[in-house]
Every structure is written in structure tokens, then in C-alpha cells.
Write a protein that binds this ligand. Structure first.
Ligand code: AMP
Ligand code: ZN
Length: 296
């Protein structure tokens, strides 16, 4: 599929697995899926916020990402030396030698999931309103998982709705989106199934956490068959965090309890690839019903 996508010009290779240029057709579809998500959620009155693809290192530390997913995280390093250090750096680059120790850790890291910068934003506002907070967020995200599968990117766009508040509305929010999310994929005429899943927690403790997450049904994924001969690909996820982020960020509900949260996430490039895979590389030839859903 990667070869076909590149041969058709939809993806431009860069020489690094999981990092591609995207052509206008691809971008048109990404934009249409994003707009469809906006229409699906339009009646809920979510607050729209956009963060850059980097976030403060301190937020990644406190948000638990480095503890649970050290293998996926990306940090930003920069040159802070003088001219002598610079000459040494250039000498090593020209000699093809390792020059990584000429770079120093900066105070920013790559954003790993669109909702991560939202918790500190909410925490800084003080106790939540009585009906909680509903946030619409989209970010370029980074995960260090290079792969030959075109659906596994190192940087990709994740659109999310995040709800933070008292326990029952959080349960209801995720339940409602399980219904709306699957209806949305049906309207795109894509084959799918939904199943309990787990995040890729690191290490032996992580295996325990993953098993727990799955048996407690804290994560569901909507999976679409995309890569031939491979398991289907998660294109949406429905995550119930209980009070995990409320506790890490000291987010309180109006009555002073730790806030619960849940998010629903769309992988925009994955959904675009799913559409090209199932309806063909020529958008003009897609079923009229699918085109009408995407471009009403
Ligand atoms: P997650 O936080 O792992 O549930 O990711 C949310 C959504 O982002 C997934 O359902 C995918 O659609 C998308 N996603 C996650 N990892 C990748 C990746 N490496 N490349 C492209 N899309 C991804
Ligand atoms: Zn999220």
C-alpha cells in the first residue's frame, strides 16, 4: 500500500519511515474528515482550542507520558554552544561522525496526543463549571514508532473531543460517541469493527497496566482493515481516563472532587488512507453518497 500511495503521488517519500509529504488530494480528504468531525459535534458547544505540535517538557513529565510511554516520546534538542563548539559540530557532520552530544535538551517536547496540553490549561482555570468542560482540540502529534506501514506515522494529526467533569457525564459522553463515531464511519462506507483495546505502555509494569485497561474496557478502538495481511488499523479511539488526569493535574469539579475525563480521538491521516484504500485513489470516482457526506 505504501508503494501504491507513493506511486500515485498521494505520499511523497522523505527517506525516513513514517514521515511523508502529502499532496493536495490527500490534504483535501484530511480537511474533509476534520470538517465532518466538526459537523458531528456541532450541537455540543465544545470550546475550540489549538496548541502547537510542541509542549513544555514539564507538562510531559507531570502528565505521566515519560513514565508510561518513554519509547514513544520525542524531546527537542538544540545547539547552545559557542563558535568553537559549532566548528566541532560541523567537522563531525562533514566527517559523518556522531554529533548528537553537541545538542542540549531544550524545555520543550513533541506533543504525543492532542489532549495532553488541555489538562494543564483547565487546571490553571480553577474548579470546573458545574457541567464540566468540553474541549475540541487538534494537534500534530509525534510518536517514535517508525514503520513501513503508511498508516503508522511518526507525526500525524489527531482531532479530539475531550470531556472533563463529574463521573456520570463522562461515561455518557464516551457512550454517546461510540454510537456517533461508528455511525460516522458507516456514512463513509468503510468496513470496521469496535473492540476493547489498550495503549502501548512500556515495560513489564506496562503489560499489567495494558491488561487492566483492556479488561476494565477503558479504551475502545474503531479498527478498519487497511494493510493487506495485517491486523486492522485503529482509526478512532474512545478513552475513559477515570480520574487519572484529574489527579495528575489537580483538576477539581465544582463540588471539589477530582475530575474524571474521557476523550474521543480521530487519526486524520489514517482515515484519509482508509478512504483511499477502500474507495480508490481517484476522489472523483468515490461513491456519490460518500462524497456527499464529506462535501455536503
Ligand atoms: P491513541 O491515543 O493511541 O488512541 O491514538 C488516537 C488515534 O490517533 C488513533 O486511533 C489513530 O487513529 C491515530 N494514531 C495513533 N498513532 C498513530 C500513528 N503512529 N500514525 C498515524 N495515526 C496514529
Ligand atoms: Zn485524548
Amino acid at each position: 500500500l505504501l508503494d501504491e500511495l507513493q506511486a500515485s503521488g498521494l505520499l511523497f517519500p522523505t527517506g525516513v519511515d513514517g514521515v511523508y509529504g502529502l499532496d493536495a488530494r490527500f490534504e483535501t480528504v484530511v480537511q474533509a474528515v476534520d470538517d465532518l468531525v466538526t459537523r458531528e459535534g456541532a450541537d455540543d458547544g465544545a470550546e475550540r482550542v489549538r496548541f502547537p505540535p510542541v509542549m513544555p517538557m514539564g507538562q510531559l513529565e507531570r502528565g505521566g507520558y515519560l513514565k508510561n510511554f518513554p519509547h514513544l516520546a520525542g524531546t527537542v534538542h538544540c545547539f547552545e554552544g559557542d563558535e568553537r563548539d559549532h566548528r566541532e559540530m560541523m567537522r563531525r557532520i562533514e566527517a559523518g561522525e556522531d554529533w548528537s552530544d553537541t545538542q542540549a535538551a531544550s524545555d520543550i517536547a513533541m506533543t504525543p496526543a492532542a489532549c495532553y496540553p488541555v489538562y494543564p490549561m483547565l487546571a490553571a482555570r480553577g474548579p470546573l463549571p458545574a457541567d464540566g468542560a468540553l474541549i475540541d482540540v487538534l494537534s500534530w502529534c509525534f510518536r517514535h514508532e517508525p514503520s513501513k506501514q503508511p498508516t503508522r506515522l511518526q507525526t500525524f494529526r489527531m482531532r479530539e473531543y475531550l470531556k472533563v467533569g463529574t463521573p456520570q457525564p463522562i461515561v455518557d459522553f464516551r457512550h454517546a460517541w461510540l454510537g456517533r463515531g461508528t455511525a460516522m464511519i458507516e456514512s463513509l462506507e468503510l468496513p470496521y469493527h469496535v473492540e476493547a483495546a489498550n495503549d502501548a505502555f512500556f515495560g513489564r509494569v506496562g503489560q499489567f497496566m495494558a491488561d487492566n485497561q483492556k479488561t476494565q474496557e477503558l479504551k475502545f478502538e474503531l479498527q478498519i482493515p487497511i494493510n493487506d495481511g495485517e491486523p486492522p488499523t485503529a482509526c478512532m479511539s474512545f478513552n475513559h481516563h477515570l480520574e487519572h488526569f484529574g489527579e495528575l493535574w489537580e483538576i477539581r469539579t465544582a463540588d471539589g472532587a477530582l475530575a474524571h475525563s474521557a476523550c474521543v480521538a480521530w487519526g486524520l491521516e489514517r482515515l484519509a488512507i482508509a478512504l483511499f484504500r477502500h474507495h480508490g485513489f481517484d476522489i472523483e470516482q468515490w461513491p456519490a453518497s460518500v462524497r456527499a457526506t464529506l462535501w455536503p
